[in-house]
Ligand binder design. Structure first.
Ligand SMILES: [Zn+2]
Ligand SMILES: [Zn+2]
Ligand SMILES: [Zn+2]
Ligand SMILES: [Zn+2]
Length: 57
């Protein structure tokens, strides 16, 4: 969906590779895991990362 407001991709470069041992906080989110990075949650989606919400609290 090109105009899906919930599908926001991480625009900037993302040289860091998230993994189970990378040290970032993780949470279960449906059928995948999000990583907390720089104040928000995001998850890998193919070749890019999608923003999955603010890490409030
Ligand atoms: Zn990480
Ligand atoms: Zn997610
Ligand atoms: Zn990240
Ligand atoms: Zn995506």
């Amino acid at each position: 969906m090109m105009n899906d407001p919930d599908h926001r991709t991480h625009e900037d470069e993302h040289p860091h590779v998230h993994s189970a041992a990378c040290g970032h906080e993780t949470r279960k989110h449906g059928d995948h895991e999000d990583y907390e990075h720089d104040g928000h949650w995001h998850a890998k989606d193919g070749e890019h990362y999608d923003e999955h919400g603010d890490a409030a609290g």
